[in-house]
Ligand binder design. Structure first.
Ligand SMILES: *Cc1c(COP(=O)(O)O)cnc(C)c1O
Length: 355
């Protein structure tokens, strides 16, 4: 399919890198494409970034038919721009779309469209250390119909946002609180899909965690509320008795992170054993009391690796790695960010060059 390009007449002034933060500044252009039953996907275009006009009766506003992705483009030392495993993101978008009863996309076409969009907005990819271009592809149900049935029209967009370094002053351990009351996902639900509804359902718990000085919540399973699932927007890993463990994603309630997958592949490549298993919060507390639970970290595109310094369940505190950065967390962070920014070799073929 051909992509029509309409360039802006009014390029915006660029925000200095030091003022970027996360997700508030957007580039000059965006990609959009439409779907309906008769025509399938059509009307692929790159247009100036701007507001879109939708009927207030659109499906997405009332019944949350929405899916999204998050990935980054990185500026290498020699000025080139590259992506990290972008096909994985569009494959996952297709799995999310299938669960939300929306049409799937051609993965190869999406990667090409994304590369074209980034090439047009390449001047927006930051040069500063640790800064990157955050990429947000998403799909919304656009049928203006209050009947609660599947949408017959869908819009797919990609927007780009230059972002600051996640860790402004080096890797920093975070405090996490095990959510005792609310649940995020259940078996058979939408936990494995990247969809706005999962986030809407977690805002209240996040707000309560914030109020208690914790940066994120750790979710337990939605049935027995004892098995560890994942953190807000990160998967989790534990080092217990020298073994590396992470919750298995086979029950469909955990988001299959691409960073999670990369960490597992990297650890196995280095010769470590990684166990994908079910871990209860009681297992963690017991291992902690025995001095065996020594390290914990989260994995996700935004932070890459997020070491956990404190984990609280009800009124029991587990302090990890002396509140410092665990050895494994640091090693994984250095390797993954090294590959992403082109400072280290890429033996797995994860990097896709843009321009
Ligand atoms: C996006 C996301 C993750 C992390 O996935 P990555 O592909 O590693 O960025 C983990 N959990 C949830 C709920 C997410 O939405």
């Amino acid at each position: 399919m051909e992509i029509k390009v309409q360039l802006t007449d009014h390029p915006k002034a660029k925000t200095p890198d030091s003022e970027l933060g996360f997700g508030r500044v957007f580039t000059d252009h965006m990609f959009t494409m439409d779907w309906d039953k008769e025509n399938g996907w059509h009307n692929a275009q790159i247009v100036p970034f701007g507001n879109i006009s939708l009927s207030p009766a659109c499906n997405v506003f009332h019944y949350s038919q929405e899916t999204f992705e998050g990935l980054k483009a990185y500026r290498t030392a020699d000025g080139h721009i590259q992506l990290f495993r972008p096909e994985e993101n569009f494959k996952r978008l297709n799995n999310s779309n299938a669960r939300l009863a929306m049409p799937t996309l051609d993965v190869g076409f999406c990667v090409e469209a994304l590369k074209k969009l980034i090439e047009i907005d390449q001047a927006w990819v930051p040069y500063s250390e640790g800064h990157s271009l955050y990429i947000r592809p998403f799909c919304i149900g656009t049928e203006p119909n209050l009947g609660a049935h599947n949408t017959t029209t869908v819009k797919f967009l990609i927007i780009l946002s230059p972002v600051g370094a996640y860790y402004a002053s080096g890797l920093n351990p975070v405090s996490i609180y095990v959510e005792p009351r609310y649940v995020r996902a259940v078996r058979g639900g939408t936990g494995f899909a990247k969809t706005g509804g999962n986030y809407a359902a977690s805002m209240l718990a996040q707000e309560e965690a914030d109020a208690q000085g914790f940066s994120q919540v750790l979710w337990l399973d939605g049935v027995e509320q004892k098995y560890i699932e994942e953190v807000g927007a990160m998967n989790v890993f534990f080092v217990i008795g020298g073994k590396i463990m992470t919750p298995s994603i086979t029950h469909g309630s955990i988001l299959p992170g691409i960073t999670r997958k990369s960490v597992i592949e990297l650890l196995r490549h280095w010769g470590y054993e990684v166990e994908e298993t079910r871990i209860t919060v009681d297992d963690l507390m017991e291992a902690y009391k025995e001095g065996k639970f020594t390290e914990m970290f989260g994995t996700g595109t935004a932070a890459v690796i997020s070491p956990v310094g404190l984990l609280r369940y009800k009124d029991y505190d587990m302090k990890l790695s002396d509140g410092k950065i665990g050895e494994l967390s640091q090693k994984l962070y250095d390797e993954l960010t090294g590959i992403q920014w082109g400072k280290r070799p890429d033996p797995f073929g994860w990097i896709v060059p843009v321009c």
